[in-house]
Ligand binder design. Structure first.
Ligand code: ATP
Ligand code: MG
Length: 415
């Protein structure tokens, strides 16, 4: 036998049971996105590397060490997308979607980051991203949070909502100076990553996942002490609306994002049961990004929900539709089985025919696994039907299709 080719570490196939569960989750999520007036946008997986260097930032885990970057045959540097916002903004600018209009967009698909694979952290993973453009106030942020709550609630996910504000660029530059002064005073307690970041992107130091840094970061200055009037009014507006919508939240004074185009609101949902991979969904306002990528200044806010983490936390997964009919047949009667199956499908039923030529016993095993409500066994003399329920009957070949259709009731999802 030939040697098998191994898959890529941290890059998994979704096997049929998992894929079916994902499809049902996606359908339920789509229904909520529709209910909030969001439209799907399908974005490419490949972009120019430069896009991420500018949009995600040079001094981030993603760009420094996680991207799948390569030169294509023309010598252009391309990257597999590590996240969706940058590509969404890039595509929106190119298509003129942000000109004097609001947009509510969503996308779902694989993202790629070269991280150490572990539970809740993969190299190919999936995000549901939601982005809203052209709305400057806190109302859209509150609506985004309400949508996030729906999406998590729809699957019984229990997570705490943390919120904070990065204020305006002016607040942030005063805060940055104070934070750097503090970090310099505690340089001995910082790990290598943090010391490097301190110089170029100090807010990112607060993102550190190193538990040994927790103590020194807990006493770092809080950005709220640097908010100006604008920042405070925006944050108060946001939190008031959350209360009005009945959304429970906790203010997390050190929740930040490091990049200059973020402003005002940031939020994330953290689950207790995911260990270090606790954040299931994260987002905020990024008013500076459209301008940064060459578009006209456009207010923007969004979030990204990690689907693997959502699936791991879900307690309430929607049930799928099982097949209606499973047809067992001796190989010699396959042609009859196929004919019967076609007339059942004409009536809108879902039908699988066992064409493997297996023994009656193993066909029956497969039939039962299929969950079909009706099992039909083709014989020389007619068709033996079992179900719905435990009833068994022998019908003439010419009556079989009609008997099955009647006993299952009219259903027509394929037409
Ligand atoms: P983390 O802090 O866990 O590394 P992050 O800050 O890098 O997350 P974001 O870039 O904000 O994550 O992505 C949004 C969401 O995407 C995360 O909350 C998470 O649910 C999911 N996610 C991010 N990276 C991965 C990964 N490598 N594997 C699985 N899910 C991921
Ligand atoms: Mg990460």
């Amino acid at each position: 036998m030939n040697r098998q080719v191994a898959g890529v570490r941290g890059v998994a196939a979704l096997l049929p049971d998992a894929a079916a569960a994902w499809t049902r989750v996606e359908e339920r999520a789509r229904a909520w996105l529709w209910a909030y007036g969001f439209q799907e946008i399908r974005l490419p997986v490949l972009e120019r590397t430069e896009l991420y260097a500018r949009a995600v930032g040079e001094v981030t885990d993603i760009v420094e060490k996680e991207m799948y970057t390569f030169l294509d045959r023309n010598g252009d540097s391309l990257s597999l997308r590590p996240e969706g916002t940058a590509g969404c903004v890039r595509a929106g600018i190119e298509a003129g979607l942000f000109h004097h209009q609001t947009q509510r967009l969503w996308y779902l698909g694989p993202m790629f980051r070269h991280e150490r694979p572990q539970k809740g952290r993969y190299r190919q993973f999936h995000q549901l991203g939601v982005e809203a453009y052209g709305m400057a106030g806190p109302d859209i942020e509150a609506e985004l949070v309400a949508l996030g709550e729906r999406l998590l609630g729809a699957f019984g996910v229990k997570a705490r909502l943390l919120i904070n504000s990065l204020g305006t660029p002016e607040c942030r530059s005063r805060y940055r100076a104070a934070l750097v002064a503090y970090l310099e005073g505690h340089a001995a307690a910082l790990d290598e990553d943090s010391r490097r970041r301190m110089a170029r992107n100090p807010l990112r130091v607060l993102d550190s996942k190193n538990p040994e840094m927790a103590e020194v970061l807990a006493s770092a200055p809080r950005i709220a002490d640097f908010w100006n009037e604008d920042a405070r009014a925006h944050f108060d507006g946001f939190s008031e609306r959350l209360r009005a919508l009945g959304v429970r939240y906790e203010v997390a004074p050190r929740l930040v994002r490091g990049l200059d185009y973020y402003s005002h609101t940031v939020f994330e949902w953290v689950a207790e049961d995911l260990g270090a991979q606790a954040t299931v969904c994260a987002g905020g306002r990024y008013d500076g990004l459209v301008g940064e990528l060459g578009g006209a200044p456009t207010p923007a806010a969004g979030f990204a929900l990690g689907l693997e983490r959502l699936m791991a936390l879900a307690r309430d997964l929607p049930a799928g539709r099982a097949l209606d009919v499973f047809v067992m047949t001796p190989a010699a009667l396959n042609a009859r089985a196929l004919t019967l199956a076609e007339s059942l499908r004409d009536a809108g039923l879902g039908v699988e025919v066992h064409l493997g030529g297996a023994s009656p016993k193993s066909q029956m095993k497969r039939a039962q696994q299929s969950g079909a409500r009706c099992l039909a066994r083709i014989e020389e003399t007619g068709v033996v039907l079992r179900g719905p329920g435990d009833s068994e009957s022998h019908v003439a070949w010419s009556d079989a299709a009609e008997r099955i259709t009647t006993s299952l009731g009219a259903r027509n999802e394929t037409s």
